[in-house]
Design a protein around this ligand. Structure first.
Ligand code: C5P
Length: 214
């Protein structure tokens, strides 16, 4: 039933795209790849090796050697890892090193759900269903702040909002594969939505995309 059901979920930090992607994966019985974790893994591995995240060549070598199966390290979920990820994600060599694994995942028989920044534009522009999930920066900051605080991190809401704005600017402003809404992606603003609302809305978007292509 799911032949070629590839769902691209893009959007800024803490927009709800990860939750939406996970719910869609469950609803359609598809594997889900959180591609942000790949960049977080590279940022953390570079930092552990004492490599400057702005050193494009050294970080690209780290990306080429990363274990794409070992993405469940809690260290990848921290505020610092998000910041490192966004810095290493600027380098074209890093993006190139992570490209094949993502494209391979998207081409899995039966389909897949991928969430990130450039899934609908670069990794799987042919995906039949694309959603660009967003929310107001203040709403996203509060969500991320709650998540970080629950993880035991001590950080102010104002600092998290600052991070979010900086990350939006860096991810949207970089030259290589900037965060962007694909022309055929449907915008889903989750600012006023509960998780269940957002998941239902995403499912309707996917159903409409499937019906449109049938
Ligand atoms: O989604 P998440 O916040 O975990 O992503 C961390 C960072 O990784 C983003 O801020 C972005 O710089 C980078 N990223 C990317 N392309 C993707 C996924 C994440 O550049 N497909």
């Amino acid at each position: 039933m799911n032949a070629d059901l590839v769902i691209a979920v893009d959007g800024p930090a803490a927009s709800g795209k990860g939750t939406v992607a996970a719910r869609l994966g469950r609803a359609y019985g598809l594997p889900v790849l959180d591609t942000g974790l790949l960049y977080r893994a590279v940022g953390v591995a570079a930092s552990r090796a004492g490599i400057d995240p702005d050193d494009s060549e050294a970080v690209a070598r780290v990306a080429g050697a990363i274990d794409l199966m070992a993405l469940d390290d809690p260290a990848f979920r921290t505020r610092e890892a998000g910041e490192l990820a966004s810095r290493v994600a600027i380098h074209p060599g890093v993006r190139a090193a992570l490209n094949a694994a993502q494209v391979g995942f998207a081409r899995r028989p039966g389909g897949a759900v991928l969430d990130g920044r450039d899934i609908g534009t670069v990794i799987a522009p042919w995906a039949p269903a694309k959603i660009f999930v967003t929310a107001r920066p203040e709403v996203r900051a509060e969500r991320r702040w709650r998540q970080l605080t629950a993880q035991g991190e001590s950080v102010s809401l104002a600092d998290v909002l600052g991070d979010i704005r900086q990350r939006d600017a860096r991810d949207g402003g970089r030259a290589d594969a900037p965060m962007a809404r694909a022309p055929d992606a449907v915008l889903l603003d989750t600012s006023e939505m509960t998780i269940d609302h957002a998941a239902d809305a995403a499912r309707r978007i996917v159903e409409a995309a499937r019906a449109g292509r049938a």
